[in-house]
Design a protein around this ligand. Structure first.
Ligand code: 7GP
Length: 838
């Protein structure tokens, strides 16, 4: 009889059904998973059953790649990047995995026997909405590129039970609906309860002397929560590397408090369970000022502590001590949300692993790097000391000590400059006391970066100026990028085919190769097919719009699109001022010749952000009036697409003719939607803000519609005392437009509805819409004229696509790897019984 050990060392032979990539094997596997995993006979299977069976079939094909990747990393003891992010907006997995595995066509055929189309099953997937917008989506693009570039990496975050809310529009207003993305199960994740860790909260600290006579601190917590990791494989494009996204779910350490239970307090016995589980319950939808929400701080500390403990466990598996921790791990802080990690790594090294302060600080500082994603001062995170100290008493002590030592050094550099000291301090003591998370991140990191050239310059000049003066060598720029696998190949198969037909498929991994398309701008046949493709994609979107909101739009009109979070600085209402201007002109002159346009909006507003919600209502109100005005028919249409998310983005970007990137200069850190539009052949109308500047540099000024004040002009105008009323009184058309909105014309005679919005513009206008209004209107006239010459427009569109190579997230990730993380690719060799990717 074989002993138990000998069965374990036997190589696991994986039957072909779980690994084979040919159509017949996939067909068999699909039937098998439908029966044995989903528990359904084919004749009773719902669309969702088939989707689930297919998802498991694909997951089976990822597992060998995934496990081999992890095993290779362990064996080779590689240097690993950990991307710490409170948000990962990954989008649906199925189509992406098919593309990266190279088995889209095989699966298409295999699925056809079910009588369904693969596209229908793909549409069945509930997207994990574990992020708000740009920052979370960027993290997802970076995971894709890390795997594609074969870089050892882990994405650490939170497995929110409820992601970003679903948006419905009722009577023009946003209504938030709970996002139950897990209700039918998530086939892409695997729970790893055996790798659970514990996290302390509350209580107090006490000092003691250890057996060696060392003075130490001990944290006696109020309660302890367990973190359970849920792992999702992130496969690279046509490589064997599958990295892990590890998201933490909070659970109670003991489901029942037996003391209470035995006393007959049954409900009290589950209290602790309820509170513990609340920590990973819901994503905060606010990019607005944090109102000191304690649960949010609990979330941040929870996932950061879990992740650092996890890294330490893995490290000690292969290394005798943590002395080399910073040599094996590079930890990126995605904004300040995980910046408490600086103090937590200090705590783990000192309290748990008994390092002395200086050694621990050296390791910590050499482990972390920090990316900033916002210039809005109100979005810079700070936690009231009262909350922080109560929830994380030991971390509070450590932060005080970090600050104390930091300020001692500063005093030597700037003697007698108390202003400097208080501006640099990690603790804000100007009024109520706060912990400034960006300061903690700056002091505790070896590198600090912005996400576009202008943004980094403004960080150096403004938001983080004092830190830049102190350690200029830590600062660098890493302009954002997006993954062409999702944002072109997966979402725009027609364009992908047209490009590949001309220049081969290398561009998918080397986006600079798109330059090759420039050779075809003068090819009339190519431009013709380019236009036909665009028309077909627009017709698809038109169908979707009709189905979703019951509005008929004409695919031959100019599709003018603005999709992104709704925020005053992004100025969706400036777009509305343009629409109302055109409407007003048409009312005054019904025979006016304008380029027919369909304006498409999408985006969610933070639930507590009154003005953003009013902007949504305004868009819908204007849409309704225009839609019901027969004199406008065929010339203007306005559509607000509800529930804008990754899935909807994939439909919308390919269908756009014009991309609206109209933020006030100096406010948008980078933008990433701007890149997705342009890659799909839309032209941009935009300000000199964020990455727009670099996009314009790449595509050429003559292929970009520029308007508006520059950042310097915005600053100068503000400094000189900006008065929006001057514009209101001196620009007749602008005044007519604002008056029309204020009059109740778009709100069934209710002149109070949009009053707050109109008054805010006339009397305050913090984002300077009125100052940019005329320039925007004039620029839009140029757009309209340009669109009339379709041959010319196609040229510009092709050139835009051809010159977008820089904005692949592969380029961004290479720069992070070389300049911040100093990590190398690691090739993954599959066991030879596994069929290689197509
Ligand atoms: C966004 C920025 O607003 C956007 O300009 C940038 O492209 C994106 O990050 C990725 O870098 N910021 C957020 O989504 C956000 O939540 C607050 O910022 C910290």
């Amino acid at each position: 009889d074989p002993s138990p050990e000998s069965t374990f060392v036997c190589p696991i032979i994986i039957e072909d059904d779980r690994t084979g990539l040919d159509t017949e094997t996939i067909r068999r596997a699909l039937r098998d998973n439908l029966l044995y995993i989903q528990g359904k006979l084919p004749e009773l299977a719902s669309k969702n059953d088939l989707y689930m069976a297919l998802a498991y079939t694909i997951r089976d094909r990822l597992l060998q790649r995934w496990l081999t990747t992890q095993q290779t990393y362990l064996k080779k003891d590689v240097r690993t990047v950990c991307y710490l992010s409170a948000e990962f907006l990954v989008g649906p997995h199925l189509a992406n995995n098919l593309i990266n595995l190279g088995i889209y066509e095989q699966v298409q055929k295999a699925v056809s026997e079910s009588g369904l189309k693969l596209e229908e099953l793909i549409a069945q997937e509930e997207e994990p909405g574990l992020g708000n917008g740009g920052l979370g989506r960027l993290a997802a693009c970076y995971l894709d590129s890390l795997s594609t570039l074969e870089i050892p990496a882990i994405g650490y975050g939170i497995r929110y039970e409820f992601g970003i809310f679903d948006q419905e529009i009722h009577d023009g207003w946003q209504v938030e609906i709970t996002d139950k993305w897990l209700q039918y199960g998530n086939p892409w994740e695997i729970a790893r309860p055996e790798a659970g860790v514990e996290v302390k909260f509350g209580g107090y600290t006490e000092s003691y002397t250890d057996e060696n006579g060392n003075y130490r601190s001990r944290w006696i917590p109020d309660y302890v929560v367990k973190g359970i990791p849920y792992d999702t494989p992130i496969l690279g494009y046509r490589v064997n590397t599958a990295n892990t996204m590890r998201l933490w779910k909070s659970e109670a350490c003991e489901s029942f408090d037996f003391g209470r239970f035995n006393r007959g307090d049954y409900y009290g016995a589950v209290d602790n369970k309820v509170h513990s589980e609340n920590i990973s319950k819901v994503l905060y939808p606010n990019d607005e000022p944090i109102q000191g929400k304690e649960l949010r701080l609990e979330q941040q500390y929870f996932f950061v502590s879990c992740s650092l403990q996890d890294m330490i466990r893995i490290h000690l598996h292969e290394n005798p001590s943590l002395n080399s921790f910073h040599q094996k791990w590079s930890v990126q802080l995605n904004d300040t949300h995980p910046s408490v990690g600086v103090a937590e790594l200090m705590r783990l090294l000192i309290d748990v692993h008994h390092f002395d302060w200086d050694k621990a600080w050296f390791i910590t500082q050499n482990t972390f790097a920090y990316t900033n994603h916002t210039l809005l001062p109100e979005a810079l995170e700070k936690w009231p000391l009262s909350i922080f100290g109560r929830l994380l008493p030991r971390l509070m002590e450590i932060i005080y000590e970090i600050n104390h030592r930091f300020l001692d050094k500063i005093r030597i550099i700037y003697p007698h400059d108390d202003g400097k000291i208080s501006r640099l301090s990690i603790i804000d003591e100007s009024g109520e006391k706060y912990v400034r998370m960006a300061h903690l991140a700056c002091v505790g990191s070896q590198a600090i970066n912005g996400v576009a050239a202008l943004h980094t310059e403004l960080l150096k000049k403004d938001v983080l100026r004092n830190f830049y003066e102190l350690f200029p060598e830590k600062f660098s720029n890493k302009t954002n990028g997006v993954t062409p696998r999702r944002w072109i190949v997966s979402s725009n198969p027609r364009l992908t085919f047209a490009i590949t037909e001309k220049i081969g498929e290398n561009w998918i991994k080397h986006l600079e190769d798109l330059r090759g398309l420039e050779n075809y701008v003068d090819d009339g046949g190519f431009r013709d097919s380019w236009r036909r493709i665009k028309y077909d994609i627009k017709a698809d979107l038109a169908n979707y719009i009709d189905k979703k909101v019951g509005i008929k739009v004409d695919p031959s009109t100019l599709f003018d699109v603005q999709v992104k979070r709704i925020h005053e600085y992004k100025r969706q209402h400036l777009n509305v001022l343009h629409i109302v201007t055109l409407y007003h002109r048409l009312k005054n002159n019904p025979n006016l010749d304008i380029t027919p346009r369909t304006f498409i909006f999408g985006g969610k507003a933070a639930p507590g952000y009154f003005m953003a919600k009013l902007i949504i209502k305004l868009i819908n109100s204007v849409a309704e009036v225009i839609d019901n005005d027969p004199t406008i028919a065929g010339r203007l249409k306005v559509v607000f697409l509800p529930d804008y998310n990754v899935t909807l983005g994939q439909r919308v970007y390919p269908a756009a003719d014009l991309s609206e990137q109209i933020s006030t200069a100096g406010k948008e850190a980078s933008g990433t939607g701007n890149m997705k539009f342009s890659m799909n052949g839309a032209l941009t109308i935009g300000t000199l803000d964020g990455a727009n500047i670099e996009i314009r540099e790449e595509v050429g000024a003559e292929n970009f519609f520029l308007f508006g004040l520059t950042t310097e002009e915005v600053y100068a105008k503000k400094a000189a005392g900006y008065n929006p009323q001057e514009y209101y009184y001196h620009n007749e058309e602008l005044r007519a437009v604002l008056d029309l909105i204020g009059s109740g014309f778009f709100s069934r005679g209710d002149s109070s509805l949009f009053r707050p919005l109109v008054d805010n513009l006339i009397y305050n206008d913090p984002y300077m819409l009125l100052a940019d209004y005329q320039s925007y209107i004039d620029c839009q006239e140029g757009v309209g004229r340009a669109y009339k010459d379709q041959e010319h427009w196609s040229r510009l569109a092709i050139l835009n696509v051809a010159r977008m190579g820089k904005f692949s997230s592969d380029r961004s990730i290479r720069q992070y790897c070389e300049e911040i993380w100093r990590v190398q690719p690691v090739k993954i060799e599959l066991p030879d019984y596994i069929q290689a990717n197509a």
